[in-house]
Design a protein around this ligand. Structure first.
Ligand code: ZN
Ligand code: FE
Ligand code: FE
Ligand code: ZN
Length: 262
């Protein structure tokens, strides 16, 4: 099993040493752990949301060093990149500077609204929830179409605080799955939703079922922001994957994908 979504203290809102994340992965019996800390955002200042631009070389060196320290487990160099329309060329440039194993593309912003940030939760109260969902999935499709990402992160993050669209999303979801297929991206089963107000896996079963229908590959991630969260609830994640009909998951090395039996 793999955990491809973990953070480090470099982003300013995760704690623990990277060694401890790897040690926890070993305790969980994982075959692979991938680090995927938040890529510095364009014009980003020290904001405690992502790494600082100057931290990237250290991050990359650290992963290389950990590979030597822990030869008993495969350690991947990933990154979680915010999709912000207009910053594509910045991202293309920065992502090309390092040999990442995979890039997770995540939508955390609708316009300038960080809709999943606890500090901006109040904005939900003044928003048209149905419209927010439509916009969110539109951004997901746009992010896949950039070709910058291998894995679509927590692909129904919009539900985090429990605000639900009352509209029928079936067309939106099948359109989204269709685009993911065309763009050859995978999705992650991200267990962190279980630890959030919505208390549900990202993505939910009905959405993952649609992805399965379109043969979208999956990876697994905990979105750990503390070492103890590595591999958290993976039994439930595997159960969900199998329930939705998945028989395999994928791994990445230098952005090339391989298939593993579930
Ligand atoms: Zn984070
Ligand atoms: Fe995220
Ligand atoms: Fe994350
Ligand atoms: Zn994330």
């Amino acid at each position: 099993m793999i955990d491809y979504h973990t953070h480090t203290s470099l982003c300013g809102h995760a704690t623990g040493r990277m060694e401890e994340y790897v040690e926890e992965a070993l305790r969980c019996g994982l075959d692979e752990i991938g680090f995927s800390d938040h890529l510095p955002v364009k014009d980003g200042k020290e904001n405690n949301l992502s790494m600082a631009f100057g931290d990237l070389p250290e991050y990359v060196r650290k992963v290389a060093h950990l590979r030597k320290t822990f030869p008993e487990i495969r350690i991947k160099l990933g990154i979680e990149a915010d999709y912000i329309p207009g910053s594509e060329s910045y991202m293309r440039d920065i992502l090309s500077r390092y040999q990442f194993d995979y890039v997770i593309g995540s939508v955390h912003y609708i316009g300038t609204w960080a809709f999943d940030h606890p500090k901006e939760r109040n904005v939900w109260e003044e928003s048209d929830v149905d419209a927010v969902y439509v916009e969110y999935f539109e951004l997901l499709r746009k992010s896949a179409r950039t070709g910058l990402f291998d894995i679509m992160g927590h692909s129904d993050l919009v539900k985090k605080f429990g605000y639900r669209s009352k509209a029928d999303l079936s067309n939106v979801l099948s359109d989204t799955a269709q685009v993911f297929k065309e763009c050859d991206v995978s999705v992650e089963i991200n267990t962190s939703g279980l630890r959030k107000p919505v208390s549900e896996m990202y993505p939910a079963k009905d959405i993952l079922t649609v992805f399965r229908k379109y043969n979208i590959p999956i990876v697994f991630g905990s979105d750990a922001h503390i070492p103890e969260e590595v591999g958290r609830d993976f039994d439930k994640a595997v159960f969900l994957a199998k329930q939705c009909g998945y028989k395999s998951y994928v791994t990445y090395e230098k952005r090339r994908r391989s298939v593993c039996d579930l």
